[in-house]
Ligand binder design. Structure first.
Ligand code: NDP
Length: 286
């Protein structure tokens, strides 16, 4: 019998728009995931300059792509070119994932959701817990908003520059039910004894930087959970300090893989092979 099934040589395509984007490791995670899912899909990074962002976003519709990621410097600017934006992404004020549904573009922010999912994976409860968040940039904002929406008790934002730190606290207090306060980070910060989770959401420790956040490390207690957003290297000196004091730790790869898994669900409708994605990423950063 001849094969009557119609052949399709067109491959589904997803991209990340950024500048610079050559060193973005998402391609590795997505390639591993698509292969494991048996999807002959392509994920590639595109260097997109700010003046070309609108055209790039229009290309998602014009080329019938499944969607795109947005990274530095496009996470905020992309919002004005999208048809719909999720509630959380609106509060955060940034979009890192776009998907196409019924011909319209939807913006989501999976950075913070990837972080809360990583906590969930390690059975670390969020509701009512006290967080200390180092940093007040894009990653910190996404994490803080998702923690707040998930029922966190208190978030203390510790940041080097007052303006960004106070702005984030104001956002949390005005748009979410969480209690929040700001500490200016102009000294070695000593953790309050009732801290449940400490998160480094600064860029301190990102390869090739080997420094650690300025803390009184003896204020870390074994019952505290300590997290780092830095995916490369997966084991930062900051996490090693915490482990030496008996703390449970969570590295930046867990957040990165989980945000990728959330995106895969949005683009394909399938559950992502998170273990395979994590292994691919760790191999890349060896
Ligand atoms: P931003 O530039 O928006 O924010 C950087 C933050 O780090 C600011 O709060 C800044 O303070 C603080 N900071 C930087 N250097 C220092 C320093 N030497 N001392 C004290 N504070 C410092 O960056 P993002 O929030 O977008 O990214 C932060 C990190 O998160 C990056 O390393 C990125 O790789 C990582 N990331 C990881 C993800 C994951 O999935 N694992 C996802 C997204 C990001 P100030 O306001 O004073 O300048």
């Amino acid at each position: 019998m001849p094969d009557t099934k119609e052949k399709c040589y067109r491959k589904e395509f997803i991209t990340v728009f950024g500048s610079p984007v050559d060193e973005n490791p998402t391609v590795v995670i997505m390639d591993a995931a698509f292969k494991a899912l048996g999807l002959d899909w392509i994920y590639n990074a595109f260097e997109v300059y700010p003046q070309d962002l609108e055209t790039a976003v229009q290309s998602i519709k014009a080329l019938h792509m499944k969607g795109a990621n947005c990274t530095i410097p496009h996470k905020v600017a992309v919002m004005k070119y999208l048809d719909h934006i999720s509630d959380a992404a609106s509060i955060i004020g940034a979009v890192n994932t776009v998907y196409l549904k019924d011909g319209e573009t939807y913006g989501e922010n999976s950075d913070g959701k990837g972080f809360t999912k990583a906590l969930e994976e390690d059975q670390i409860p969020i509701t009512g817990k006290n967080y200390v968040l180092l940093g007040a940039g894009g990653a910190a904002k996404a994490i803080a908003v998702e923690l707040a929406l998930a029922g966190a008790g208190r978030i203390t934002v510790v940041n080097r520059s007052r303006g960004r730190g106070e702005e984030l606290v104001e956002l949390l207090l005005s748009k979410t039910p969480v209690k929040a306060d700001f500490v200016l980070w102009d000294h070695s910060y000593e953790l309050p004894a009732d801290t449940d989770v400490l998160i480094n959401s600064t860029s301190i420790g990102l390869y090739p930087d080997t420094s650690s956040p300025d803390l009184v490390y003896d204020s870390l207690r074994p019952q505290m959970v300590v997290c780092d957003v830095i995916p490369n290297p997966p084991q930062t000196p900051f996490l090693t300090e915490a482990q030496n004091r008996g703390c449970h730790t969570l590295n930046g790869c867990a957040m990165l893989v989980n945000q990728g898994a959330i995106n895969i669900k949005l683009w394909t409708g399938l559950d992502a092979p998170r273990d395979i994605m994590k292994a691919a990423l760790l191999k890349e950063f060896q």
